[in-house]
Design a protein around this ligand. Sequence first.
Ligand code: NOJ
Length: 784
Amino acid sequence: MYIKSGLLQAFLLGGVAASRVPDLSERTVDSSARAWAAATEKANRFIAQLNLTEKAAMVTGSSSAGRCIGNIAAIPRLGFTGLCTQDGPTALNRADLVSVFPAGLTAAASWDEDLIYARANALASEFREKGVQILLGPSAGPMGRHTMGGRNWEGFSPDPYLTGRSMDATVRGIQDTGVQAVSKHFIGNEQETQRTRTVSEDGSVVEGISANIDDRTLHELYLWPFADAVKAGTASLMCSYNRVNQTYSCENDHLLNTVLKGQLGFKGYVMSDFFAVHSGVKAATGGLDMNMPGGIDLASIYAGSTSFFGGNLTSAVNNGSLPIARLDDMIRRVMTPYYALKQDQGFPTQDPSSGPVLARYFAQQIPISAEIPARDVRHNHADVIRKLGAAGTVLLKNTNSTLPLVSPKTIGVFGNDAADLSAGLDNALKDDRTGTPLGTLDIGGGSGSGKHTTIISPLDAIKARAQKIGARVSYILDNTVLAANDLHSIYPTPEVCIVFLKTYASEGYDRTTLEADWNSTLVVNNVAARCPNTVVVTHSAGINIMPWASNPNVTAIIAAHLPGEQTGNSIVDILWGDVNPSGKLPYTIPVNETDCNIPIVNLTSISSPTEWQANFTEGQLIDYRAFDAKNVTPLYEFGFGLSYTTFDLGSSISTKALVKNPSAAPNPKTAVVIGGHPDLWLDLVKATIQVSNSGKVAGATVVQLYMSLPADAPAGSPVRTLRGFKKIYLKPGHKSNVDFYLKRRDLSYWDVASQQWVLPTGEISLQVGFSSRDLRIKTTVRVL
Ligand code: NOJ
């Protein structure tokens, strides 16, 4: 999002007096249905006191009303202090003295719901202490239809179940601090290229891409994790930039009113993505509840913007084109979560540094005298960052017991990703395609990025470790030197050579290759040609091909994803075995770029303004489902990851029906509640299996359960889908039972004709193992 300079004062307005920040332990958050009902009553009383202008302002952002990326103005006469929204899912962006957390992709690679919750909880507590009521995250869209999607790293996984569990843990983690979660981007925002409407200088308009998704795919794939978010009580959903089946998401009556508010029973508010609104009354009646950044005042600093809400809504009410009841409903949806999360009761004031930091982010010249010291909200969050960074690291290859390192006396470190940041501590904030040439990558770019206060680079952490054990570290960080094969300074050849590669991605762009950046293949090949014990570590915003994977001198490969500011410490913990790797791939790594690739739509010339069309003809068959359906062998499959120990499963799965004679579809007489029809969330089957640590060291693994629908299920059903997982830590020689609870939704398919979830009649196959292709034990169950 590009912003013209000017209007600095807009970001600097507001009082600067800091008040005492209530401690987190002083609050209790109750997000039960009862609490929401009580909150709705409070919202109604609030609405009753508003005049029409105030009503319109409650649903229309205004930059002059605060110092955040999105603001709802205060109404002092009612004691309402306004609302502040900030990005994003990985760090409190455009702020100072905050932490940079592991990305959603890394969190998903941990497959650890407790750690995912802990990440969200710590992140949101930083928002709270900075006085930010609304966190623009988590992201479940894009899900990762395209291996080259530029924002896949902000979300979790192309698998809806893993993303759904991650959304649930994240929404709860956020909202348990009393901060509102905005689950985004709803829906079908799978590519960045032409993600929204563009207007040329001559005024001609080209519409944003239309994600054309069939009804069953929508429900079983892209909507699935949003249902988890709604069930977890997400305060808000952000509608996306793109069109869905030809209509913009933010004015899509079917998606917002019928599916989201109807089928999923969503009672919070739909916030627009920024400048994603292209109509007033149509959007408001189509289900949009809040226009961000909204106000007409912003038009002067954001290029090409128009506000369709604000005064236009008051006119629409006055001329009868928008019922006042709908405007009241919009405000009720905004204020219910506000009261439910007790944001009216002692929420911290906004950190006064937000204004100048935001202004500097947008490259405005602010005088030193305007700089205000920031509140430090990081506490001990480095601990959870370091832990999750290691937990989301996946060991892919480990021959000759290369890892863990025992006591190498000479260590070589190679590659531009090992280095400390070289272009400023917010280098990943640049909205560009490549990032900076020198400096480690621990977070992607765009609105989901963050400004570091500290970062531990891999080289720094390795040097610190080497000093403790009396080892020598030699290094070459410049990829140009490495690609030119100038390794003359490396003498003697190190016992282990660790090559760090990075792959940048940012909002606004899609990737153009799956190869890691900066001549990575040549870099690996040159180092491996000299060093017979080469370990490759990737820090990547997504999937990479690994053309050097079978090189015998590449003895170990680690996908370390985007670990956040403790990146160096997290990787050292894995390399030296302080932490036994337990991360599993939340996606599939292909052998070739073209294997099961769904290309980004990229038109270079167009003949009609509505020509950008993405037809999701593959249906549900993305990522491992496509590899399975086409019988293509991946390099490393979904769910795969090695450990320094070994795990075994018991010889059988025991299953138990938890509901006798369930009906084929949910009871039509039962009303929908928040999260959808309550029957969908009922456990129908329990499956139990034993897992044991059969190796010599303690460690964690992820037991995974996949389900295959019976042969009589509708065509287009995936070969198998993930329907349960459990991360479990075991000491050597220890064993434990793992229980999986399969809900009605897990065992059903979306029946387009009857518009409901239906259980299949035949035998459902359950398969349990340690990856989507390492399925060791199978059984079948019948539910009908
Ligand atoms: C656009 C992005 O798509 C969205 O994720 C973000 O929250 C807003 N900009 C605000 O920065």
